[in-house]
Design a protein around this ligand. Structure first.
Ligand code: F6P
Length: 559
């Protein structure tokens, strides 16, 4: 295990502190005095065009951030990740989600610990694709011979957020006549609502769980199994235990790294798709966890998605840091968090199809970098993991943008938009996509350049209201554009944020691939369950606040 380099002890950090101290951010002036600023700070990565020029950085700051990357040995750690070294030190695992999207035949082959990773990945992919084709073509049927019309993915966290986000994002690519639903929450409402109106004979369930131990997923899998059998019995199409196994075999498949546990659950391992412990849950949408997607959008589109991921991987792996978009964006985030004291980071896609993208990024970024110890167990030496959040524009404009424009906090924001509309609608003569994009362009300009008191007065505003109508500007934003929201572009976007997260983790000395912080709550929930069910001893073992809450529950529960 290499000891992380303390970023705060580097020469670059000292330089950055100094630059921050003397910085007088003024994007209006910076742009006026430097007509090349936008061009110099705009980059391309695969199909993405990324404009960093509206961030609060000077050339000196960018140079110092790049020095910081050198000093913490970013490229060495990146190369170690791609090579399959065990950089997830607290779990002693390789981190190889990038191997999931290596094209067939890529040379040299990736062999880790004597295992040919490329062969393993493509064998599984081929199996997923073959199964997906069978479902899509109607060759795979339910127990009564009817074709599958609804696929329900049961999973949580990384086994849910990726699939649901991509499913929503790529709606135009979903096969007609196929609907996918997603059950994640152990709130029984989720199963109840997600199975509402479904025909058991035409429904396929995919139980997706890396560990196959997750309480929510296994509970929901059992509930849906019971639902399936009850409904098939009710319809009179199966009867008796003997036919249950057949029904489960035709209506349940699984995705997991623990195929033995899949078998224990009663799902035929023949109908299970595996992956490996070197894929973190939140990095797994491009593994067999994406089976629901391969069915929904088809193997060819799924392959395009993977190709997009790979294109961004190659950009990150091979591009010099000065032009390396994930590296620059990750370093900028470090600047925003540690020097500008930004506590949050907004992601604002101008695409309704990306409405689950911020939620997806929350797990990716916050489960990865929400840590206060480094990978060697020592405390971190600076602020880490900012809170990611967001909503699609323009909805957010009419809700929370007020705070970004005129509040007292720094909220760096990523704006994402696509040139090509998915639906080229017209309102009279007006192209609605252009109205939409005009907002995208306007917001980052407004945030950067603001509006002075004199400009407000020039509009004839009454003096007493002038201060309320001034916009200070100098609010940092990044604009990301792509030709269209295709499977490939979506893959590029996801990989971009994966690598940004990695870069931040390396600077902070964090193991971005474990998630021990989710364990305590899980353990306590197990301990508390008997108390909730009314066991006095278990109840009295709880703290007074928890006892009070459980008593409230027990008094008010009627059913
Ligand atoms: O509890 C957190 C977590 O482990 C996530 O990291 C993971 O994505 C999720 O639970 C689901 O885990 P699994 O796929 O093993 O069911």
């Amino acid at each position: 295990m290499t000891t992380p380099i303390d970023p705060t002890e580097t020469t670059a950090w000292e330089k950055l502190s100094e630059l921050e101290l003397h910085m007088d951010p003024d994007l209006r002036r910076w742009f006026e005095q430097d007509p090349q600023r936008a061009e110099r700070l705009s980059f391309t990565a695969a199909d993405l065009f990324v404009d960093l020029s509206k961030n609060l950085v000077t050339d000196d700051i960018v140079a110092a951030l790049l020095d910081l990357a050198q000093e913490v040995k970013l490229t060495e750690r990146r190369d170690a990740m791609f090579a399959g070294e065990r950089i997830n030190v607290t779990e002693n695992r390789s981190v190889l989600h990038t191997a999931l999207r290596r094209p067939k035949g890529m040379t040299p082959e990736l062999v880790v610990d004597g295992q040919n990773v490329d062969e393993d990945v493509h064998a599984t992919l081929d199996k997923v694709y073959a199964f997906a084709e069978k479902v899509r073509s109607g060759e795979w049927t339910g127990v009564t011979g009817k074709r599958i019309e609804t696929v329900v993915n049961i999973g949580i966290g990384g086994s849910d957020l990726g699939p649901v986000m991509v499913y929503e994002a790529l709606q135009p690519y979903v096969q007609e006549g196929l609907e996918c639903r997603f059950i994640s929450n152990i709130d029984p409402t989720d199963v109840a609502e997600s199975t509402r109106g479904l025909d058991a004979e035409t429904t396929l369930f995919i139980v997706a769980s890396k560990t196959f131990t997750t309480l929510e997923t296994l509970t929901n899998a059992r509930l849906t199994k019971a639902w399936l059998l009850e409904n098939l019995e009710k319809a009179g199409v199966i009867s008796g235990e003997a036919q249950h196994a057949d029904a489960v075999a035709k209506h349940f498949v699984a995705v997991s790294t623990a195929l033995d546990k899949v078998a224990d659950f009663g799902i035929d391992p023949e109908n299970a798709f595996g992956f490996w412990d070197w894929v973190g849950g939140r990095y797994s949408v491009d593994s067999a966890i994406g089976t629901v997607l391969a069915i929904a959008i088809g193997p060819a589109n799924f392959a395009d998605l993977l190709a997009g991921f790979h294109a961004m991987d190659e950009h990150f792996r091979t591009t010099e840091l000065e032009k390396n978009v994930p590296a620059l964006m990750g370093l900028l985030n470090v600047w925003n968090v540690d020097f500008l004291e930004a506590e949050t980071h907004a992601v604002l896609p101008y695409s309704q199809y990306l409405h689950r993208f911020p939620a997806y990024l929350q797990q990716l970024t916050m489960e990865s970098n929400g840590k206060s110890v480094r990978w060697d167990g020592a405390p971190v030496t600076c602020l880490t993991g900012e809170v990611f959040w967001g909503e699609p524009g323009t909805n957010g404009q009419h809700a929370f943008y007020q705070l970004i424009h005129q509040g007292t906090r720094v909220v760096p924001a990523d704006f994402i938009a696509f040139a090509e509309p998915a639906h080229p609608l017209k309102d009279g003569d007006a192209d609605v996509h252009e109205l939409f994009l005009a907002n995208f362009f306007a917001q980052t300009a407004a945030l950067a350049f603001g509006k002075t008191a004199d400009e407000v007065r020039a509009e004839g505003t009454e003096e007493s209201v002038v201060p309320a109508r001034v916009f200070d500007g100098d609010k940092p934003t990044t604009s990301i554009m792509a030709p269209a929201l295709t499977p490939s572009v979506l893959g590029q976007l996801i990989a971009l944020y994966e690598h940004i997260t990695f870069v931040q983790g390396v600077v902070w000395g964090i193991d971005s691939f474990d998630q021990w912080g989710v364990e305590l709550g899980k353990q306590l929930a197990q301990q508390i369950t008997p108390a909730v069910a009314g066991h006095t001893e278990a109840l009295e073992a709880q703290d007074p606040s928890t006892q009070g809450l459980i008593r409230y529950y027990r008094t008010h529960r009627q059913g």
